[in-house]
Write a protein that binds this ligand. Structure first.
Ligand code: AMP
Length: 289
């Protein structure tokens, strides 16, 4: 695996590979890699010739300074994992490489209400920072295909909207959520949980599955959400939100009727760690449409 720290060096290598006719797959990450990330790498390796993974903890998408400070950084282990998966390229830049002085990376895109609900409501500014860094990284890597996880469903939908609005010729491939044996969605932040909580965190996926089992056209969604909030607020867990939204617009819905694609998204606090998860309640086949 080749490791690049400088934008220029990476761009030269990629331009050369493209000249040789190779297609490029890109997996942006913030490191502290786990099987969820590796599933994206493998997906990219299957459908493109050259897989580029980036590790960059983007300061502009953290609305909580403490969260940024505590974000796990495990570079040595990440390099070992990526090498063993035979990732072709790791791009691991410093902040100044991504945001050099004088380069305007602010984006003037309207995500409208998509970015105001759920994560957007509880992490103000998060999606502006996320879109800014993804677009900057796309400018650097210029991939043919971009691989993102359904774990961050709202993020993926917003990136899809960004690609459309900017008319970028990049195919977005959404990849399934990889979970631990007992159902907890893998996340870099899981490292900050105690063993005990990690083992009890199946309550999150169980609540999502319970929600799915209750979904029918006549379902009282308000009541289901409030029961789910209760289920997810048993000490030491505390639900921040449980939302049932239209999978395309991300807007909360009050009835299943008239919606073909429905997703339940939630955020839960435990041991000062914020975990997010989601499950498609209706229209699984539309996830990749
Ligand atoms: P992150 O490093 O958390 O910014 O995540 C980088 C990419 O990996 C994003 O596209 C995430 O959605 C994806 N990802 C993170 N966790 C998982 C998981 N458990 N399963 C699948 N994809 C994931």
């Amino acid at each position: 695996m080749l490791i690049f720290k400088r934008v220029k060096d990476l761009q030269l290598y990629i331009a050369d590979s493209k000249k040789k006719g190779l297609s490029v797959g890109f997996v942006p990450t913030m490191g502290a890699l786990h099987q969820g990330h590796l599933s994206l790498i493998n997906r990219s390796k299957k459908s493109t010739d050259l897989t580029v993974c980036s590790i960059f903890v983007n300061p502009t998408q953290f609305n909580d300074k403490e969260d940024l400070k505590k974000y796990p950084r495990t570079t040595e282990a990440d390099i070992r994992l990526l090498s063993s998966e035979e990732c072709d390229i790791l791009f691991i830049p410093e902040v100044e490489e991504v945001y050099p002085p004088g380069l305007s990376t602010e984006l003037d895109i309207n995500f409208s209400k998509m970015a105001q609900v759920m994560e957007g409501e509880f992490r103000p500014g998060h999606f502006d920072g996320m879109a800014q860094v993804v677009n900057r990284l796309l400018d650097i890597v210029l991939p043919n295909e971009l691989f993102m996880g359904q774990k961050d469903f709202q993020q993926m939908s917003i990136v899809r909207s960004m690609l459309l609005q900017l008319k970028r010729p990049i195919k977005l491939i959404s990849c399934a959520i990889i979970r631990e044996d007992h159902g907890l969605a893998m996340s870099s932040r899981n490292r900050r949980l105690s063993e005990k909580v990690r083992n009890n965190a199946s309550v999150i996926f169980n609540t999502l599955k319970w929600m799915k089992s209750k979904i029918e056209d006549e379902a009282d969604l308000k009541k289901l959400k409030s029961i789910a909030m209760e289920k997810l607020s048993v000490e030491p867990f505390k639900a921040e939100y449980v939302e049932i939204c239209d999978g395309d617009t991300l807007q909360p819905i009050t009835t299943m009727a008239g919606h073909e694609f429905v997703v339940c998204c939630l955020a839960v606090w435990v041991e000062k760690v914020r975990l997010i998860d989601n499950l498609v309640l209706k229209g699984d086949h539309l996830l990749n449409a």
